[in-house]
Ligand binder design. Structure first.
Ligand code: ADP
Length: 811
């Protein structure tokens, strides 16, 4: 399962990594293609610009050519400036073209164009110079114009005929000249002279004409050359243009191909990448789905296993519960009768057998109790209390109960506890004691010589949270590193010989660890084989709000009367339990009887130092028992203390009747201890009773309180639960009897039962139930109708049943 989970994670990571790598590659390749593409587009634009410039140059040349023609046609030299400007702009454009990337052929063509333009310029300048010259050579025409302007020059009617052979121009010139001279030499001019003058003018004019024709030819030649040159330049430019255009077209096509190529490649690449991504996605999806379905399968299997395990655990728990509960009662009988048997004067062999019998039954009882605890812990049914307690007293009590007074091993016991442990703290004293008991038991069991040290302290972590830290250190056999790995597991012991040598079932530490976990604590073990072990546990606790000082502490000084025996007589088993607890607390041994008749039977068999008896009992009540005893010479001086729930009888009435003392139920343990101490007149020692007056935070608001019972149990969870168990069982019996009484409308029985039950409910301060039972007990005083009694009884039964359910959960 874990592997599948890891494999899914790995696959997801691998999938994402591949996707990222693919994305990076795709981005890089597309970016490269895109920059190539934009490079090509840029080059394309350059080429377009080149083409445009060449086109501009050609247009310019056409314009220059038409300007040239115009100048040639009009011989207007003024326009030459325009021509020059045009040519300069053309050269500028061509220069721009040449700065652009060109191949050598194109560059050479550009150079030759420039030379041609230069030539053209030179030609044109020469042509202009000729024009300027021709303007000077046309002087005779100017002369002619002057002549024409002369007033006397118009009258030449006779000349037309005479000079009709001449060209009109010449004729005009001759006539003008003749007219001019005629005015000066009118008298002297003869026809002959006129003719000769005319001839010479004619010759002069013909010569001028010839010269002019020559010039005209020259100009023509220049013009032709210029035009030709222009044509060449234009052709060359056109060639160049065509070449560039061709080149550009080819380049454009190549670039187009390249860009198409790039686009194609990119498209292919994108398709490939998409295909790869798809394949990867599908592959990973497949793999992950496979893993997920595998893990789902495992999960289903695990869930099925879990359900199976839970049902097994439930079965095991109910089996353990049934077995242990069923074992406990007969076992208690075996132990009880073994105790009785012991006192019947046995021979050594019988004592030996009985020893084995007791040892085995103790062993089974211990196992049964451990198993019960374990099953409760595993089923989460162990309820944690929050009660005030003094850790120091708890430690001392536990040590006292575990280390035997006559310790044959002679172990040194060191107790080193912080003063703070004297204060009252809130926690679960029963469970802490159980943990400490297990650890101390082990320390004592596995240490043959040396010492056991118990350290206790309160650790504060600065956040008003406190931890009770207790360590139990011994110098015993120690635990190897290997053993340390499993000794906290159920049914595990150090080695195979441990059980044989030291006994035990390997449950103590497992229970200890589970309880500590339940208390949100931790346990640590440091140990070395043959050197000893050190178990340290810490448990969070709170400082109790109300602190009891030593003066407040109503401790009662009594002695542990190990050699005295008490007979407790009560028909209410719960009360029997409570009284037995108090009696055993001060070290007295005791027997129990459920009524006066049984008590007398025991009295005939055994000797007692004191009788504690209830008053109202079946068969024979307390007064009857007192009378029987008083009338019996053998034990007539036996002191008897009356323990009764009756409110109608006063203390002096009991004393007058012959009781040594009396106590009204519910009573406080210290009151009974004081009374017993007084009656038996014995020396005293300290007994811890500081549970008094402390209210369990947990139960402050509830309808009952176990505080008083805790006083009886003296912080011992086992005792408390035993008392509770008896109480629950006897109350269930009482309820059955109450129901039967309702059925038979037996009001007297209801009264009796209410009386019997009341003390115990007062003891647990059952607020809602006490007034009901009290009313039922004193139904005559309240003048209740039968119907009212019956319905009140039913109400009481309901409330009691609810309370019993709650207590059973606790137990
Ligand atoms: P049990 O004592 O009934 O065998 P536990 O669960 O209390 O079971 O202890 C388990 C085992 O751990 C013991 O059998 C013993 O081997 C080892 N162990 C516990 N406490 C000590 C100790 N103080 N010194 C040496 N060994 C110990």
């Amino acid at each position: 399962m874990k592997n599948t989970k890891r494999s899914i994670t790995l696959k997801i990571i691998a999938g994402y990594t591949l996707a990222i790598v693919l994305a990076v590659i795709a981005f890089w390749v597309i970016y490269r293609q895109f920059s190539n593409y934009s490079e090509i587009t840029k080059i394309k634009n350059d080429n377009n610009e080149k083409l445009f410039l060449v086109g501009e140059a050609i247009t310019g040349l056409y314009e220059a050519e038409s300007l040239t023609r115009n100048i040639i046609q009009t011989s207007d030299t003024e326009k030459f400036k325009n021509y020059k400007t045009k040519i300069d702009s053309i050269i500028g454009t061509i220069d721009k073209v040449s700065t652009m990337s060109l191949d050598t052929l194109q560059s050479r063509k550009i150079d030759s164009i420039k030379i041609l333009i230069d030539n053209k310029n030179q030609n044109f300048e020469k042509l202009i110079a000729i024009y300027e010259q021709s303007k000077e050579k046309g002087l005779q025409e100017n002369v002619m114009d002057q002549l024409k302007k002369n007033e006397n020059f118009g009258n030449y009617t006779n000349y037309d005929k005479r000079f009709r052979k001449y060209s009109p121009q010449k004729k005009e010139a001759i006539i003008a000249w003749l007219e001019y001279t005629r005015k000066d030499n009118e008298e002297r001019l003869t026809n002959q002279t006129i003719d000769s003058i005319a001839r010479s003018i004619y010759q002069a004019l013909s010569g001028a004409e010839e010269k002019e024709r020559r010039y005209q030819r020259q100009i023509k030649a220049r013009e032709n050359k210029l035009l030709k040159n222009d044509q060449i330049i234009t052709r060359q430019l056109r060639d160049l243009m065509a070449a560039i255009e061709d080149n550009e077209r080819r380049e454009y096509v190549a670039k187009l191909e390249r860009s198409n190529n790039i686009l194609d490649k990119t498209a292919h690449f994108i398709i490939i990448i998409t295909a790869i991504s798809l394949i990867i996605a599908i592959t990973f999806l497949f793999l992950i789905t496979k893993d997920v379905s595998k893990s789902q399968k495992y999960r289903n299997e695990l869930e099925a296993e879990k359900t199976y395990k839970e049902s097994l655990l439930k079965t095991r728990e109910s089996l353990i519960n049934t077995v242990t509960h069923d074992l406990r009662s007969p076992l208690n009988t075996v132990i009880g009768y073994s105790d009785l048997l012991e006192k019947t004067g046995l021979n050594n062999k019988q004592k030996h057998y009985l020893g084995h019998l007791k040892k085995s039954s103790d062993y089974i009882l211990h196992l049964v109790n451990d198993l019960l605890d374990l099953s409760k812990l595993e089923a989460g049914r162990m309820v944690i209390e929050k009660l005030p307690f003094s850790p120091i007293k708890l430690i001392e009590n536990t040590i006292t109960s575990i280390i035997p007074v006559n310790d044959t091993k002679n172990l040194e016991i060191f107790i080193n506890v912080d003063k703070k442990l004297n204060k009252q703290y809130l926690g679960d004293p029963f469970r802490i004691k159980q943990v400490l008991t297990n650890l101390l038991n082990n320390a004592y069991k596995f240490t043959d010589q040396g010492s056991i040290s118990i350290d206790g302290q309160i650790k504060e972590n600065g956040l008003a949270e406190k931890e009770l830290v207790i360590s139990v250190k011994d110098t015993g056999i120690g635990i190897t590193q290997e053993q340390q790995k499993y000794i906290f597991e159920e049914f595990s012991q150090g080695d195979d010989d441990t059980e044989k040598k030291y006994g035990g079932f390997g449950l103590g530490l497992a229970i200890t660890k589970k309880i500590i976990k339940l208390l949100n604590g931790k346990i640590k073990l440091e140990s070395e084989a043959d050197k000893g072990s050190n178990f340290t546990f810490c448990i969070p606790i709170e400082l109790a709000k109300s602190q009891i000082t030593e003066e407040d502490n109503e401790s009662v000084e009594i002695q542990h009367f190990t050699n005295k025996k008490v007979l407790i007589v009560d028909d209410d088993l719960s009360q029997l339990d409570l009284t037995s607890e108090v009696v055993s607390l001060i070290g007295l041994s005791y027997d129990i009887a459920e009524n006066g008749v049984d008590a007398l039977e025991l009295l005939n068999k055994k000797t007692y130092d004191l009788i504690l008896t209830d008053i109202q009992m079946p068969k024979m009540d307390g007064f009857g028992l007192l009378k029987e005893i008083q009338n019996n010479s053998y034990y007539k001086d036996l002191p008897i203390i009356a323990l009764s729930g009756r409110t109608a009888v006063s203390e002096s009435e009991y004393e007058d009747a012959g009781f040594s003392g009396s106590l009204r139920k519910p009573y406080a343990p210290q009151a009974l201890i004081g009374l017993i101490a007084g009656v038996l007149k014995i020396k005293t020692v300290d007994v811890n009773l500081d549970y008094e007056n402390n209210t369990s935070e947990q139960e402050k608001d509830s309808n009952y309180s176990l505080n008083d019972l805790m006083l009886f149990a003296q912080g011992d969870s086992e005792s408390l639960y035993a008392i509770l168990e008896t109480f629950c069982n006897s109350t269930t019996e009482h309820i059955k009897e109450l129901k039967a009484a309702i059925k038979h409308q037996d009001f007297e029985q209801i009264k009796r039962l209410a009386h019997k039950m009341l003390p115990m409910f007062k003891q647990i301060k059952a607020k809602e139930i006490i007034p009901i039972l009290d009313t039922l007990e004193h139904q005559d005083d309240y003048e209740l109708e039968p119907k009212e009694i019956l319905s009140l009884t039913e109400k009481g039964i309901n409330k009691i049943e609810n309370l019993i359910d709650k207590l059973k959960v606790k137990n």
